[in-house]
Design a protein around this ligand. Structure first.
Ligand SMILES: [Mg+2]
Length: 391
């Protein structure tokens, strides 16, 4: 299979695009979790620094959307939840201003995951942002920023909200316990620490976290193709749009529609139609190679791909390349108007989002471009913009 033109050079030209990987997205968190063992820490740190960790060309890194990965993640998370088996992919962060308590706690939970620690609220928050722990054991009584203040920041920050907080405190009155739970913590561990109690609570909440992650992933997935669904896409588009506006980066969007699909269904039946959509989805997923690229089923036979930090030229190359790839699947479709096999039309929009631009308008522009691709004879990609006038 021919490589995607321009991808590697384009990736190289843009330092920091690794960060476009949707650092801060659920996908990113889940992906980080799904990569146990080798290089885990290095990769996270590298991501925070905005560069690839392992020296592979960015264009080849499988950081984009992927059904197999999505399913694998969901499966693994579900497995963890079902079996209650705690894998080394769990990360537990201890934030406590007493080194003695940190030593004691880490000895208690070290079998249950990778243990990180910080001795102040500020340092803990920094670490949590990079490492995305499943669980944070948070001391309530700390010098400077106390546990409640740290917890409030965690709850407020979308990058941190995915971590469950268990308060650790010497205050054991019912009022103190209620205050912890009301603040949004999932649980409460009293001091003095009891190893069995700590382990049981940590185990329970790691299981719950895994189940929540699996549910979250299923809720974001299209049942037929395994790509992300429209709900998830709309959310990611809004987030990426805001991010690209903030950093003044060009955002690319491709709307992909299978040509004459109704005819295909009428001729071969819905089962073959479903198979066709699955093959097209696979091509799109496989084509989303740069970190942060995201392919979703938009509805029916329509798909959408989000391409962070992508120039108009690179987006145009992507569109042409994807048209050829889908044609090259060679799915017979004798009744189609553009070729005797399944083809697709693609509407493209590349935008450096300004203050008045919106994600909805961007989608609309791509939709108009898609319409023009259809009208011009299908099996092609068209860039949004003013329609060329006939000479
Ligand atoms: Mg303390």
């Amino acid at each position: 299979m021919a490589g995607r033109p321009g991808t590697r050079t384009a990736a190289r030209r843009r330092p920091g695009h690794g960060r476009a990987a949707g650092a801060g997205t659920a996908l990113d968190r889940a992906a980080a979790r799904a990569r146990p063992g080798r290089g885990h820490r290095v990769r996270n740190v590298a991501r925070a620094a905005g560069r690839p960790a392992d020296g592979r060309p960015a264009g080849r890194r499988g950081g984009g959307d992927g059904r197999p990965r999505l399913r694998r993640r969901a499966g693994r998370a579900a497995g963890r939840a079902r079996g209650g088996q705690v894998t080394p992919t769990n990360t537990i962060l201890i934030i406590d201003d007493s080194p003695d308590t940190i030593r004691l706690l880490s000895a208690m939970v070290r079998e249950q995951g990778r243990v990180l620690f910080a001795t102040s609220g500020a340092a803990g928050l920094e670490l949590a942002k990079v490492q995305r722990p499943q669980l944070i054991l948070l001391d309530v009584e700390m010098q400077g920023m106390d546990g409640f203040a740290v917890n409030e920041q965690i709850r407020r920050d979308p990058d941190l909200r995915g971590s469950a907080v268990i308060f650790v405190t010497a205050q054991s009155s019912p009022e103190a316990e209620i205050a912890c739970l009301d603040a949004g913590a999932v649980d409460f561990i009293p001091k003095p620490l009891n190893a069995a109690v700590v382990q049981a609570r940590v185990r329970t909440h790691l299981r719950l976290q895994a189940a929540l992650t699996a549910l979250d992933e299923l809720a974001n997935q299209d049942g037929l193709t395994g790509l992300y669904n429209r709900r998830y896409f709309d959310r990611q588009l809004a987030a990426e749009f805001a991010r690209h506006r903030r950093h003044q980066l060009p955002l690319g969007l491709a709307l992909i529609d299978v040509d004459d699909f109704k005819l295909f269904n009428d001729r071969y039946g819905h089962q073959r139609g479903d198979g066709c959509l699955q093959e097209v989805a696979e091509a799109l997923r496989d084509g989303a190679r740069r970190p942060g690229e995201l392919a979703a089923r938009y509805g029916g036979e329509e798909f959408v791909v989000l391409l962070p930090n992508t120039t108009p030229d690179a987006l145009e190359r992507y569109g042409d390349w994807m048209c050829r790839r889908i044609g090259a699947l060679g799915i017979a479709h004798p009744g189609a108007s553009a070729a005797p096999h399944v083809t697709c039309s693609i509407g493209l929009c590349a935008l450096l989002p300004g203050p008045d631009d919106t994600a909805e308008a961007m989608l609309h522009a791509a939709d108009m471009a898609l319409y023009r691709a259809k009208r011009a004879g299908r099996n092609r990609s068209v860039m949004a913009g003013p329609e060329p006038q006939p000479a």
